[in-house]
Design a binder for this molecule. Structure first.
Ligand SMILES: *Cc1c(COP(=O)(O)O)cnc(C)c1O
Length: 366
């Protein structure tokens, strides 16, 4: 029996170990740990990678989204449209500003927000749409931007799962007004701790986010906002610079694994994920659907195959959002995904033999 984890950074980290240790030593020898040249260089390199003018490091992905919303002046009394199927951080970023997250159902085949349902959720309080590129696939940005333009809404990308993904020739990060990325260790580009970045072509927004994440300070001991402390530290930035060089290679391998899954899985109890025309998916998560998900999960786990669910409880049924007053049945597509989605092993370093083992196991399941 093989033992295949759901995710692993093991091979990835072995391959770059020398460079990572050298990067750490650079910071160690430099004796400068916050807001120094590693962060500055990483910001430049990540902006260039996305094709953006500005990049601002911050503490984590949740903060990146929150700082963008706050910098746009979104707060109490406002509404922000978010997908009903996403990680809770998307909605929490909205809640932290005092605004209300308004959930819109996804397209079940792609798991991403259904642009056709956005207009019906717009009110005179709506200020922005948060477009999440869930599982690594860009959302349908042209359609989202069309509705946003009609109502004068900001479009903010939650690109926490989609570093390097491409929509009609353009990388995520510059598909809307501003984007937040998470650099959590398990993301396609991950630090060895928490981290996040804001990416935008809007200089004013970038400057404001930078100040907001640094105690509201535009220069030392001069405070123009009641800001937060949310910064990307020098150690993480130095390590991320090493990792950024490998990101395309790692995403390429994820695509190869996904291709093997899609070509190889033939069990008709399993529904494979759908990728839109004209996009490059980066498969942060490879999610299949199955009406007997829990039985399939147990079967695979018993065969030594690690799995996960993204996400087992939809946001509108979480205790944290009790205040919104939703009940079972209010967002049936998000609920259906929560009951049927199963995430298969997906990581750089997973061998073809391991992928085949997973495929064979699924195909043998009755
Ligand atoms: C991971 C994630 C976040 C939050 O990022 P953190 O760095 O963990 O704060 C936000 N949105 C989505 C979709 C995520 O997957």
């Amino acid at each position: 029996m093989m033992n295949i984890p759901f995710a692993s950074v093991d091979v990835m980290h072995r391959e770059i170990e020398d460079k990572m240790l050298a990067a750490f030593k650079r910071v160690y020898d430099n004796n400068w740990f916050i807001q120094g040249k590693e962060c500055e260089e990483f910001e430049k390199e990540f902006a260039a990678y996305c094709g953006a003018d500005y990049c601002v490091g911050c503490g984590n992905g949740l903060d990146a989204l929150y700082l963008i919303l706050r910098a746009y002046g979104i707060g109490e009394g406002d509404e922000v449209i978010v997908p009903s199927n996403t990680y809770i951080a998307t909605a929490l970023a909205v809640s932290y500003t005092g605004a209300k997250p308004v959930f819109v159902e996804p397209i079940i085949d792609t798991f991403n927000i259904n642009p056709d349902l956005i207009e019906a959720a717009v009110t005179d309080r709506t200020k922005a749409v948060m477009a999440v590129h869930l599982y690594g696939q860009p959302a349908r940005m042209d359609e989202i931007k069309k509705v946003a333009a009609k109502y004068g809404l900001k479009v903010i990308e939650d690109s926490a799962q989609a570093h390097g993904a491409i929509y009609k020739g353009v990388k995520t990060g510059v598909l809307g007004d501003a984007a937040g990325f998470s650099l959590y260790p398990g993301k396609n580009l991950g630090a060895l701790g928490d981290g996040g970045v804001i990416v935008t072509n809007d200089k004013e927004l970038a400057d404001k986010c930078r100040a907001l994440g640094n105690y509201g300070s535009d220069y030392k001991y001069h405070h123009i906002y009641k800001g937060n402390n949310s910064r990307l530290d020098e150690v993480q930035a130095a390590l991320l610079r090493v990792k950024l060089e490998c990101l395309d290679k790692w995403n390429q391998r994820r695509n190869e694994i996904a291709r093997m899954y899609i070509d190889g899985i033939t069990n008709d109890k399993v529904v494979l994920p759908v990728t839109d025309e004209g996009v490059t998916h980066v498969y942060h998560i490879f999610g299949i659907r199955c009406s007997e998900r829990d039985a399939l999960e147990k079967y695979l786990n018993d065969k030594g195959i690690g799995t996960n669910k993204h996400y087992p409880i939809p946001m509108h049924l979480q205790g944290a959002y009790e205040e919104l007053g939703f009940k079972e049945g209010d967002f049936p597509i998000a609920e259906e995904i929560s009951k049927t989605e199963l995430s298969l092993p997906m990581y750089y370093g997973m061998t073809d033999e391991e992928v085949s083992y997973v495929i064979d196991a699924i195909n043998a399941w009755r």
